[in-house]
Design a protein around this ligand. Structure first.
Ligand code: DAH
Length: 338
């Protein structure tokens, strides 16, 4: 047995390493398979004498290890050669353009809001912000909303359960907060999110408004018209016409709604303006004396105008978007267009 092992060792030391996968498998089978030489010899170990056993065991271990090393190395060589061949045969054109990384785009509401803020900042309005969770006092009371006014209805307003707060239904409360914080003369815009329990093609439970107001001495409705006309001409172009219709808001007297000539059909009449040639764009008016009084501003000394607009509406008209829900679904195919 020992001499058998020695001659096997001799034979294996001059073994030519396998030159392909097939030879590798054959060699493994020949020596290490079920009926392989090494396997058979190790089965005979149990018949050896006590003295021969350790010598044979050591020898057998060496033989097995060196053969396994040869087989392992060959296998790795074959693998490497295969990859090298693949790389060589593949044509790599390093002059091809790279993959364009995907860049995010600004949300159309952000772009529109920034544009509106820029126009008013440019003519001296300062930007103020107020809380989204607001008190009944600032959202309604101080803005001269009578207690039974329908805007206070549970169906429009989100009330916060267990708290004396609601989600502001408009940005007008920032008027009052700013009047209490600063002394007139004062020109403020207040951009921000507002909330109403309402949802369809043109209404979203969360949307954006921009509020603005000016308080000074001898302010007239002409100041209001001049300011808003300038704004509309910057926003939709100098050819855009405007008109003011009488309206009602508790916090302004008189109140008006401003229309612009349809930005889609230029006033000829289309589906968007319902064939009227006009689009309603914002609410405005002269600040009600009660609102000034609530902020300790003497209405006999000071006067003011105010306006408020929905940013989604302005963006829908600017980009020709028919459904407000597109803004909030975050479909990249929609957002990527801006
Ligand atoms: N707060 C009003 C709304 O959400 C919009 C508005 C109308 C604001 C007239 C004003 C204004 O400042 O004068 O519908």
């Amino acid at each position: 047995m020992i001499s058998q092992l020695n001659s096997l060792k001799e034979k294996l030391s001059s073994l030519k390493p396998p030159s392909n996968e097939k030879e590798l498998d054959e060699t493994r089978l020949k020596y290490l398979g079920k009926k392989g030489e090494i396997t058979l010899l190790s089965q005979e170990m149990r018949n050896l004498s006590k003295e021969d056993k350790p010598v044979a065991g050591k020898l057998l271990g060496e033989i097995r290890n060196s053969l396994e090393t040869v087989l392992k190395n060959s296998k790795e060589n074959f693998k490497r050669e295969k990859i090298e061949k693949e790389i060589e045969s593949e044509f790599f054109d390093s002059s091809l353009p790279g993959l364009q990384p995907k860049f995010g785009t600004r949300h159309p509401i952000t772009t529109t809001m920034d544009e509106v803020v820029d126009i008013f900042s440019g003519i001296g309005f300062q930007v103020e912000e107020g809380p989204e969770a607001e008190t009944d006092y600032y959202n309604f009371e101080a803005l001269n909303f009578p207690a039974e006014h329908p805007a206070r209805d549970m169906q429009d307003t989100f009330h916060l359960r267990g708290l004396p707060l609601l989600l502001r239904t408009h940005t007008s409360p920032v008027q009052v907060r700013a009047m209490q914080k600063y002394k007139p003369p004062l020109s403020v815009i207040a951009p921000g999110k507002v909330f109403r329990c309402d949802a369809d093609v043109t209404h979203s439970p969360m949307f954006h408004q921009l509020e603005g107001f000016t308080i000074d001495k001898a302010i007239t409705f002409g100041d209001l018209k001049g300011t808003l006309n300038l704004f509309i001409h910057k926003l939709y172009g100098p050819a855009t016409k405007t008109r003011f219709r009488p309206s009602f808001f508790p916090f302004t007297e008189p109140s008006a709604e401003m229309d612009v000539s349809c930005v889609i059909c230029k006033g000829k009449g289309c589906r968007v303006c319902k064939q009227t040639g006009w689009l309603e764009i914002l609410g405005c008016g002269m600040i009600h004396p009660n609102v000034l009084k609530a902020s300790d501003i003497n209405p006999d000394e000071w006067g003011g105008f105010a306006f408020g607009m929905g940013i989604e509406r302005i963006a829908m008209l600017k980009y020709g978007i028919g459904d407000i829900r597109h803004f909030f679904e975050n479909d990249l195919r929609f957002l990527g267009q801006f």
